[in-house]
Ligand binder design. Structure first.
Ligand code: LAN
Length: 722
């Protein structure tokens, strides 16, 4: 096949940092040669674009510490002028299509260079089986394949251009687009290539329920709530974009039967077996069945009485959409709601409205140019998350004390200072938000959402840097106390910490999970990872300021430790929900237990956890799990060891004070062997996960955790106190 992937000249791309708000990252394309000369590409841009960085060869490391130092010498080059490390954050494959459909129905176009690079990314991520899965590491599904096919068509690919015919054949082989999961049904309906009748009711009236109702939406996990809200607006108004010729053509392309002959009402429960992770619970299907009568009422003679209620509900959800936009600088909590909210604002207020324009101006925050093309990221970056870990790693390894790294360390403090959220959200009560005073968000302060572990790791990073003799005390105790108040406000009765909020309802709400591709999404569950971050932050702070809320802190920490005990599995491990998987969570949990004074020397649990890890050390000294561990909840061995997981295992064993040091030595040797002459590590398999079933990449982890583990192991192996 002589089809050439579209591409732009990668030498034309530049990364703008912090232009509209603190920590913002935005790729721009310079068409003009002169402009390019005036603003040459830096190492960060070259690195992420896969171009030659010209980084010097470093003296070969002979100890883990030397390797860690070389690692940071390389990674420091990727630090932006504002102090953070701009990083791509890809993996999910349903995000670009959402944006492309949204732009299309709103009559907008991205820049031609962006469109070209989006196409290149989509085509590059196509699997050998011929289509796309939910994320880059998964086999094709109807959701992934149909959505990306549609995106390519909107982006200008002809129906028979390059691989399009083959992709269409695969879609037909999988049964066509009728069985696309609900989120796909919604996007296709918005575009006009599916009928709203085929979508189970996304009833905005749920937002009219009184707060005490056990399943009222304010109790749902924030991501589901903020995605459901704009979806329910679009569903409630039956929004459909313009009927362009492409819409009619697509209707002929993605189904196995003529569009007009499809029985739409039967599609509500038709979800392709290639896609299902969480099948509909009978309660959901029953609810949809009953609601279908309600939805049909306005069309029945004499039954238009429900219309005022619908109108009222639609008004209510629009208000919530507006609150979310205004709380987050029009970025919303994440990429899915970003695209949906944008369509809502367009539908109601039109293309010239302030709200819609504000939305458009913040689309680029989610787009990242990688060497494989332009991706839509899982968030508007992972700025705080990466920086907080990096800062702690530098301090704990003592690299932060070395003269060549001091400036870089101080820049991180400066970034953290500006990134702390100093007040509660504008629409705090109105939008059912958790407090944010003193918090840090996962990405930027403007995004505005506290996460229990982000505020905690942010605070730990500040405390670590400010403990250095040369660092100013930029954040005074008052500001740290605000962070502590926020952390203390996030513990659940079980002792565990969830992600963004307290657990607001019963896990039985999972019966209402209508996103078939994800598991455990309706409630904010508790996680050993988040709990560890919170309790360790409280402990670190307690040492610095032993007078503030001492008793509250003690009680919270004790309960948190009890929660960590409670969720240990009989095999000694902990299940990880945000990183892959048992290795990740076991590292966190052992940090918690270490803080509580539990180590191999005195705790059977810690010994059991360490044995779990040691039993899985591979021939070459490394560790490797695949994302299937998260999906199946059983350890899934990777064929190849992974430096990141090896580093996590090393840190875990150090927290547990594991005494057979040869295990740690072998692991360090492996990480060192994989290091390149300029100090970098190459990207290996994906590191992260969410909602049990969708992998997401944390490419900064290979630097952060390798440096951290090597530096700490160096001390541990030399019997240094740390
Ligand atoms: C993230 C990324 C970071 C992650 C940690 C901080 C690592 C975690 O400890 C707590 C949860 C959090 C903040 C998290 C939640 C879910 C996110 C936002 C993501 C995995 C990144 C993308 C994902 C989001 C839900 C993607 C959009 C998909 C939907 C289902 C709405």
């Amino acid at each position: 096949m002589d089809f050439e992937f579209p591409s732009t000249d990668l030498k034309g791309w530049r990364l703008k940092v912090g232009e509209d708000s603190h920590g913002q990252q935005k790729w721009v394309y310079l068409r003009d040669e002169k402009q390019r000369e005036e603003w040459p590409q830096d190492v960060t841009e070259k690195y992420w674009l896969g171009l030659e960085t010209g980084s010097p060869e470093l003296p070969e490391a002979t100890t883990p510490l030397e390797a860690a130092r070389n690692g940071y010498k390389f990674y420091k080059q990727l630090q932006s002028h504002d102090g953070h490390f701009s990083t791509e954050y890809g993996g999910p494959l349903f995000l670009i299509p959402g944006l492309v459909i949204a732009m299309n129905v709103c009559g907008q176009k991205l820049l031609p260079e962006q469109e070209t690079e989006l196409k290149r990314y989509i085509l590059n991520k196509r699997r050998k089986e011929g289509g796309w899965g939910l994320h880059t590491a998964a086999p094709p599904t109807v959701f992934g394949t149909v959505m990306n096919y549609v995106a390519l068509r909107i982006l200008g690919m002809g129906p028979d251009e390059g691989p399009m015919t083959e992709i269409r054949a695969l879609i037909h082989e999988m049964g066509g687009a009728t069985g696309i999961p609900t989120w796909g049904k919604v996007w296709l309906s918005v575009l006009g290539v599916y009928e709203w009748e085929g979508v189970g009711s996304i009833t905005p009236e749920l937002w009219l329920l009184p707060d005490w109702v056990p399943f009222a939406p304010w109790r749902w996990w924030i991501h589901v709530r903020q995605t459901f809200t704009p979806m329910s607006y679009l569903y409630g108004t039956r929004f459909v974009g313009p009927f362009t010729p492409l819409v009619f053509t697509l209707r002929q392309e993605i189904y196995t039967q003529p569009y007009e002959s499809i029985k739409w009402s039967a599609q509500r429960t038709n979800i392709s077996p290639y896609d299902v992770y969480s099948p509909h619970h009978p309660v959901l299907d029953l609810a949809h069945g009953l609601l279908s009568y309600y939805e049909a009422m306005p069309e029945l003679p004499g039954f238009s009485s429900c219309l005022p209620l619908r109108r009222h509900a639609v008004k209510r959800v629009y208000e919530l959409v507006r609150y979310e936009d205004e709380n987050t600088g029009y970025q919303t909590i994440g990429p899915v709601s970003k695209a949906f909210n944008m369509v809502c604002r367009y539908a109601k207020e039109g293309p010239d409205s302030h709200a819609f324009k504000a939305h458009l101006s913040r689309v680029d925050d989610f787009l990242w140019l990688s060497k494989g093309g332009l991706m839509m990221m899982g968030t508007n970056g992972s700025q705080l998350w990466d920086l907080s870990f990096m800062a702690q790693a530098l301090v704990e390894t003592s690299l932060a004390d070395e003269p060549e790294f001091k400036k870089s360390t101080l820049k991180m403090l400066d970034w953290l200072d500006k990134a702390q959220i100093r007040q509660d959200p504008k629409w705090y009560h109105e939008n059912f938000r958790h407090r944010t005073k003193g918090a840090w968000a996962f990405s930027t302060p403007e995004q505005s959402y506290v996460v229990s572990d982000c505020v905690s790791e942010g605070l730990k990073a500040v405390i670590a840097i400010q403990s250095l003799s040369y660092a100013p005390k930029t954040l005074d105790l008052g500001r740290m106390r605000d962070a502590i108040d926020t952390i203390l406000s996030m513990q659940n009765p079980s002792g565990g910490f969830a992600s963004y909020e307290l657990q607001r309802g019963s896990t039985k709400m999972e019966y209402l999970n209508a996103a078939e591709v994800f598991g455990n999404i309706m409630v904010d569950y508790e996680y050993p990872e988040c709990t560890t971050s919170a309790l360790s932050a409280l402990k670190h702070f307690g040492k610095l300021d032993p007078t503030y809320r001492t008793q509250d802190i003690q009680i919270t920490v004790d309960k948190a430790i009890k929660y960590i005990h409670d969720v240990q599995r009989p095999d000694g491990s902990w299940y990880g929900s945000w990183g892959i998987c048992f290795t990740y969570a076991t590292m966190f949990a052992l940090e918690s237990l270490g803080i509580a004074g539990e180590t191999c020397a005195n705790s059977e649990r810690v010994r059991r956890a360490c044995s779990f890890l040691v039993d899985r050390q591979m021939e070459d000294g490394g560790w490797g799990e695949t994302y299937m561990s998260c999906v199946s909840m059983e350890y899934a061995q990777h064929e190849q060891s992974q430096v990141v997981q090896t580093a996590w295992a090393v840190l875990a064993l150090i927290y547990g004070r594991y005494d057979d040091k040869s295990v740690i030595e072998r692991a360090c040797r492996l990480i060192m062997k994989r290091q390149k002459a300029d100090g970098r590590w190459e990207q290996e398999d994906t590191e992260g996960i969410f909602n049990k079933n969708c992998a997401i990449d944390y490419p900064a982890f290979k630097f952060i955790f390798c440096i951290w583990a090597l530096g700490r192991a160096d001390k541990y192996l030399r019997n240094d106190a740390n």
